[in-house]
Design a protein around this ligand. Structure first.
Ligand SMILES: Nc1ncnc2c1ncn2[C@@H]1O[C@H](COP(=O)(O)OP(=O)(O)OP(=O)(O)O)[C@@H](O)[C@H]1O
Ligand SMILES: [Mg+2]
Length: 508
């Protein structure tokens, strides 16, 4: 009898009750890419949670008795009652130069079939934007290669400039041109061996676009040799809204790595209208109350916390942002456009009318502005293009007025004549950025009236021919403009000689 008791006592003594703490929950409902989970008491906001089968989710709604998660990856295999675990990690993406030349999804995973990404570091997707103290004001130019923009609406490194316009008005083209121009400048600058040269790396974030459009964009970058300096983050329309919501933040994290490591980067968000729509979709499924135009109340915060991450940091690098917004019938006063206009440092407004008249890029002079960029503009451009914006704005006014009258005085006539020549000069085909030194020469010739004797429809072709002439015969002058970035008497004389030589050969 006693032995049995002893045996039992021994068994009890051996028993150890060690509790393992693991935060697990159970899926209560799953639908439309959102899972409601019971029992995840310790989860953090924006924490990754793991589902069976490898799918991950992000905890977005922390409520009293349940947690709302958006699911990234395959939702179809998840079902009610599945177990969910917290990971203790905030969502992060791989960063570094290994991403250049690659196409990745919203989580930084490669989607271009070129094998794994080489990256040893990762950055959190959401990060608090740099504070005021560590920032520096914008003072270095970022050339878009588009003459109308670089001369009238200049952009500086660390600036946020909105590209806004209706559907199909050339918004993406402006952004791609800018990326291509950076690649061209990088090639020249890196080859020159100048230790002070600072290349610009680009990140193109495609949100909610058709796959065919994204493929076309990648193709354009590849043809121009710009892909090797560019990272593409793709969350196409077919992707679930959670990925579309995340992609801009992932892109920002990739850009921040360059900035934090003393380099300059440019990020394009194409486009934030679709981003807001994806966010609305998620929010409505998460049953967040909707506000104006059915967007959730925090949609302003959605974009401001993204765009505030662009900056120029003291002693480090910069991140310049070109967000894109699509308007409906030119309505810039709609909810999302006004939000983003108020967050950015200016906007490039593209007009459907101009686009249809063949004035491309269809930049509206009156409605476009760059609030900080002029401090970054080089002196040479100011010297040759300082008055252009005023002249062009005046021209538009006069042109509208002159439609009614027949008798125009000589001064008005000459203003109209000049304005229409400037319009012609600024016409520029897609994917054809013009180096800044060539822009200076083109505008110098305008300022000195070298196109005045030409027929209006010859002006665009003449400016192309002038640039070709300088590129082939006056390389030294171009290099001097590039290096000095300002025109002195001596340099202007050299430009004059070149332009006169060209003029003689052009009209001959
Ligand atoms: N400067 C230009 N010269 C000639 N064609 C241009 C120019 N800019 C854009 N285009 C053409 O106009 C069309 C629309 O351009 P793009 O795709 O850039 O517009 P978008 O505003 O981004 O359009 P979406 O609203 O569909 O995104 C394209 O076919 C493009 O080739
Ligand atoms: Mg587009």
């Amino acid at each position: 009898m006693s032995t049995v008791l002893e045996q039992i006592e021994q068994q009890i003594a051996k028993l150890s009750s060690k509790a393992v703490r693991k935060n697990t929950g159970v899926i209560r409902t799953v639908a439309d890419g959102v899972a409601k989970i019971d029992g995840l008491s310790d989860v953090m906001y924006n924490e990754m949670v793991s589902f069976p089968g490898g799918a991950i989710g992000i905890a977005l709604n922390l409520e009293q008795d349940e947690v709302g998660c958006v699911v990234l990856g395959d939702v179809s295999r998840l079902k009610e009652g599945d177990e969910v675990q917290t990971t203790g990690k905030l969502l992060s993406v791989p960063v570094g130069k290994g991403l250049l030349g690659r196409v990745v999804d919203a989580l930084g995973a490669p989607v271009d079939g070129k094998g794994p990404i080489t990256s040893s570091e990762s950055y959190p997707v959401e990060k608090i934007a740099p504070g005021i103290v560590v920032r520096k004001s914008v003072s270095q130019p970022l050339f878009t290669g588009i003459m109308a923009i670089d001369s009238m609406i200049p952009i500086g490194r660390g600036q946020r400039e909105l590209i806004i316009g209706d559907r199909g008005t050339g918004k993406t083209t402006i952004a791609i041109d800018t990326i291509i121009n950076q690649a061209k400048i990088n090639k020249v600058g890196l080859a020159s061996g100048d230790p002070k040269f600072r290349p610009v790396y680009s990140i193109y974030v495609a949100v909610g676009q058709k796959n065919s459009n994204i493929v076309r964009t990648i193709g354009a970058l590849e043809v121009a040799g710009a892909l090797e300096y560019t990272v593409i983050v793709a969350a196409p329309a077919a992707d679930n809204p959670a990925n579309q919501y995340l992609a801009p933040y992932s892109g920002a994290a990739i850009g921040e790595w360059f900035m934090e490591n003393g380099m300059d980067a440019l990020i394009v968000y194409d486009d934030l209208s679709k981003h807001a729509v994806a966010y609305r979709q998620i929010s409505l499924i998460l049953k967040r109350p909707s506000g104006r135009e059915a967007y959730p109340g925090d949609v302003f915060y959605l974009h401001s916390r993204l765009l505030e991450r662009s900056a120029r940091l003291d002693g480090k690098g910069s991140l310049t942002a070109l967000p894109i917004i699509e308007t409906l019938a030119g309505d810039v006063s709609a909810y999302i456009p006004t939000n983003v206009i108020s967050i950015t440092d200016g906007q490039i407004f593209l007009e459907t009318d101009l686009f249809n008249q063949g004035i491309r890029p269809a930049v509206s002079v009156g409605l476009s502005v760059s609030r900080v960029g002029s401090s970054a503009q080089i002196k040479a451009t100011k010297q040759v293009g300082g008055k252009l914006k005023g002249e062009l704005a005046q021209f538009r006014e006069l042109a509208a007025f002159a439609q009614f009258g027949s008798d125009l005085d000589a001064k008005t006539k000459s203003q109209l004549d000049r304005g229409s020549r400037i319009v012609e000069l600024f016409k520029q085909p897609a994917f054809n950025p013009i180096p800044i030194e060539q822009q200076v020469v083109t505008l110098w010739a305008m300022q000195k009236g070298f196109y005045d004797s030409l027929e209006l429809k010859q002006v665009t072709a003449a400016s192309v021919s002038l640039r070709e002439f300088f590129a082939t015969r006056k390389d030294a002058v171009l290099a001097e403009i590039r290096n000095k970035a300002a025109l002195d008497k001596d340099l202007e004389d050299k430009i004059k000689v070149g332009v006169e030589e060209w003029k003689a050969s052009f009209s001959a």
